[in-house]
Ligand binder design. Structure first.
Ligand code: GLU
Length: 323
């Protein structure tokens, strides 16, 4: 018996020494979106770069699929997620408590921006046989308006309010997830789908290749007013020829995808994440075609309305991207 004791102790000491010299493991999660969208790739790409450095930083990153922008911000507020992707309009409303989703105690003053990512045009795709050439033609049609928790549902509500419409103006306002809506368009259970998403992406590609379909412009006086009055909206164009069935440019408006976190997340963790992305920026850009035109200085200055997290700020100062 006594013979075993020293062996056990040695093993225990070795174990202690091992953990003391390595970095303490810390887990972080990134809220994304549906698996056919671009947020999922944003989260997966960031984690891939972060996890290359786990041996030195101790940080282990995962990026599960979620309901999208609103769900991500709420999960960060609740402490269930460390970071997440959210539309610039959702970031603005969450921080300021300025929309139905975030009013009263749903406001999130501890929200912090990290950087913005790709532009996300508000995208409407319709079956050709539904004869929808403009947004106003959606009246009386079966429209998938976005799943609860998604950015597209929140932005759609803003568009409807601007036009003086309600969900009752559609014969059906379904709330399927992005992964289900392209199939619904093909199966003729809806006439049109709404998605606020970066381009090109697999989801719209699927929608426009399984059935004859066209992108629908979203423009006019009400949209001009929305863009004029709100800093987080901008005019957007989906280039012609990007998807089957739409050869001409499609005018619409849009937001930016942004990467956000909470003021409660430690400075060094956010610093390491930002460093992993920008120290390997060419690699990051290569991970999705929607990232092709990203420029670091713009990602730091555009689309962010909540204050920058100090961990991000530290890295940007070192780079000279902010003063
Ligand atoms: N913009 C969408 C949302 O906020 C998600 C788009 C995507 O997954 O790429 O829910």
């Amino acid at each position: 018996m006594t013979m075993f004791k020293p062996v056990f102790l040695t093993a225990a000491l070795a174990l202690c020494a091992g953990t003391a010299s390595a970095q303490e493991e810390r887990f972080m999660t990134i809220g994304t979106g549906g698996q056919t969208g671009v947020y999922y790739v944003v989260g997966q790409s960031i984690c891939r770069l972060v996890n290359r450095d786990t041996a030195t930083t101790g940080i282990k990153c995962t990026a599960p699929s979620t309901g999208g922008s609103v769900a991500n911000v709420n999960a960060i507020k609740a402490g269930d997620m460390t970071m997440g992707v959210a539309q610039s309009d959702i970031q603005y409303h969450a921080y300021n408590g300025s929309s139905a989703e975030f009013e009263g105690d749903k406001k999130f003053e501890g929200l912090r921006s990290v950087f913005s990512v790709h532009p996300e045009p508000f995208t409407v795709v319709a079956r050709k046989d539904a004869n929808i050439a403009a947004f106003d033609d959606l009246k009386g049609k079966r429209v998938n308006v976005g799943n609860p928790g998604s950015g597209q549902l929140a932005t759609m509500e803003v568009v409807l309010a601007a036009k003086g419409w309600t969900m009752g103006d559609f014969s059906l306002a379904s709330q399927l997830k992005p992964a289900e809506q392209s199939a619904a368009l093909g199966d003729n259970t809806v006439d049109a789908i709404i998605y606020t998403v970066g381009h090109p992406n697999g989801s719209i590609q699927e929608a426009t290749s399984t059935v004859e379909a066209n992108l629908v412009p979203v423009e006019g006086a009400e949209i001009d007013k929305l863009v004029e009055e709100n800093p987080y909206y901008a005019k957007a164009v989906i280039p012609g020829g990007m998807y089957a069935g739409t050869d001409a440019d499609t005018n619409t408006f849009g937001v930016k995808a942004t990467f956000v976190t909470s003021a409660d997340v430690p400075e060094d963790m956010v610093y390491e994440v930002v460093k992993a992305v920008f120290d390997n920026f060419d690699r990051f850009k290569g991970l999705h075609p929607a990232f092709a035109n990203l420029e670091p200085e713009q990602m730091v200055s555009e689309g962010n309305s909540a204050p920058l997290h100090p961990g991000a700020e530290k890295y940007y100062r070192e780079k000279g991207w902010i003063q």
